[in-house]
Design a binder for this molecule. Sequence first.
Ligand SMILES: N=CN[C@@H](CCC(=O)O)C(=O)O
Ligand SMILES: [Zn+2]
Length: 408
Amino acid sequence: MAESLLITNIGELMTQDPGRGRDTVLRDAAVVLEGERISWLGPAAAAPAADAVTDAGGRCVLPGWVDSHTHLVFAGDRTEEFEARMAGRSYQAGGIAVTVAATRAAADYDLTRLLLARAAEAAAGGTTYLETKTGYGLDVEQEARIARIASTVADQVTFLGAHLVPAGLDADEYTELVCGGMLAAVRPYVQWADVFCERGASTAEQCRRVLAACREAGLGLRVHGNQLGEGPGVALAVEFGAASVDHLNYLSDADVGLLAGSWAGWDADSGSGRRGTVATCLPACDLSTRQPLAPARRLLDARVEIALASNCNPGTSYTSSMNYCVATAVLQMGLSVHEAVRAATYGGALALGVHTGRDADGERAVGSVAVGHRADLHLLNAPSATHLAYRPGMPLTAAVWRAGERGA
Ligand SMILES: N=CN[C@@H](CCC(=O)O)C(=O)O
Ligand SMILES: [Zn+2]
């Protein structure tokens, strides 16, 4: 039998498990980990014996963060572009080309080393489940290389060949390549496909072709949409039944209506029913690009399931700190602490299709604390999750367990 660990004397255990009804936050609680899974949780006074014991000292335990949107495989940085933006220039999709040039020039060893260091930074900040994307290669060989390297580190990988049309190429010919040879080359390494549906990136028609080809190839879908202005991204995502649409800085009433409609068959209170398209908000990106914050409150009030993610990348959001994203969502987007933590854990898991699991074949759910789920836990250096927003920027991550292994 696997080694067991009892984490006891937990002041606040925020499970984010919709299966618990109203009882999602436990006080004076304990959790037992057995190998990679959670085998028990409940009142500390009733906890079973275990091989080892950790005393949480009255502090708070959360599910590990699920970061459902990052771009971590890249070389170089874009400090000058950031400085220009802080001096008043607006973000343009064309900046992606700077990172593509630096990434293409980097050796496999260096890209892997950079990716490992970024994943370690994320883990040290409480992230236990990580998605990352291709999109800084933009030719067949480079996209396949990035996908392969990403798949050695990230939990899930997304193909983003339709990030930018490289200079000098015809947009329609490039789209054909993305749907053909490039898709075939990345396919062994990826679970998802994404498109950047925006002025200066890809048109709705080009995105539609990529989404259709990737769906045909068996990939799940997501969309970067409505980041720089109102546009077709949300409608396209809902039309294709995408798992998420991300950014959402400029939403019309019709966009909110479409997203809400996609969740009409879902019961958020029990986490059951027919799921829709998750609205993924990226607060760190919104601040770094000085875009209006995504309307997370409005989306929640319309009963849309939302996720919070870091969007860590060198152009628009060079941070993987989910603590920072959660604090911003509370302080500036009008979310309660519980809603923000839910979006950064259960919401991210919904966006990646891992909110439920199949224990029998070892595919464990993440993003909530429940028996049978993967033992991904985040111990805060604070008595409650409220401190994430009350003490923003402070080093509140005390310990992390990923699949039962102690990290930070
Ligand atoms: N918006 C598109 N892609 C990234 C930014 C990429 C870049 O500028 O390097 C994003 O999610 O913000
Ligand atoms: Zn992105």
